[in-house]
Design a protein around this ligand. Sequence first.
Ligand SMILES: [Zn+2]
Length: 309
Amino acid sequence: MNPQRPPYQPPHRPPQRKLTREEWMRRQEYLRRKKQQQLHRRLAILTFAALFVILTVVLISVALHRSGQQTSLDTNETTLSPQTDPENTGTPVQTTAPQTTAPPTISDKITICIDPGHGYDDPGATTEYLGDYTEKDITLSIGLKLRDLLLARGYSVVMTHDTNDIPDDAPVGEQYLFGLAKRTAYANQTDAVFYLSIHGDTFEDSSVQGSRVYFQSITGEDNTAITRLAQNFVDALTLALPDAPKAPLLKEMPDDSAYYVLRNVTMPAVLVEIGFASNPTDAANMLDDAWQQKIAEALADGIDRGFAK
Ligand SMILES: [Zn+2]
């Protein structure tokens, strides 16, 4: 052992003083307050969470209620005056009983409005090549095929009419039971984001054929979006009918010269003339179920190009 080495000294610690009673009480009071504060904070968070949940439930209920109201139809609409035929065929115009084909939905599905041209007591185009059939039979058939395709692709669909059977309670002798004004007003009160009207064309020269896609442009406005939407249908029809003798055409209707439905719906709208009922080849196609299915698929593709998520 080295005698020079200093003896071991423990590290210095201040002497521990016992708390006085007063200090101990103060400390207990401090701890009690701290606990109380924590409890208040937790209560505040819980209250906020509960309020948030209640608010969310209320908002969803309101949305549900509104959605139900939107799809209910006004059955007291006044009788409509005759409209001009959108196809310049000189024949009386569309008849429609607005009907929903899909129940009201609160989902985030995109709603498309399908308008099969003419219907009920308005046959639309009648030609020797269509025989006993008329334009209204073809547009409704394609419209229903398109509806099924769109529903399968996850869209919500409303139709201006899904039957040509005149309801029993329709006013007797009234020629324009379900006119254009009624069908556009109906579309405007749905949550549809796009309106597609399906028609067949006629022309005095029976050699004229092919499909045409119409849209309305507005002077002085940016018409890029609606032009693009209409072009989508031209592209889809071109792809669907590669052997068509006449390529589908894009037709711009400026301002007041547009078709009634294009002018009067409050959403983007396109009108497709699928072919000429006055042309023997087109008319034969229009009556062919497989061709109608092809057209319906092209129209669904056109909608997908513009609206698929
Ligand atoms: Zn028509």
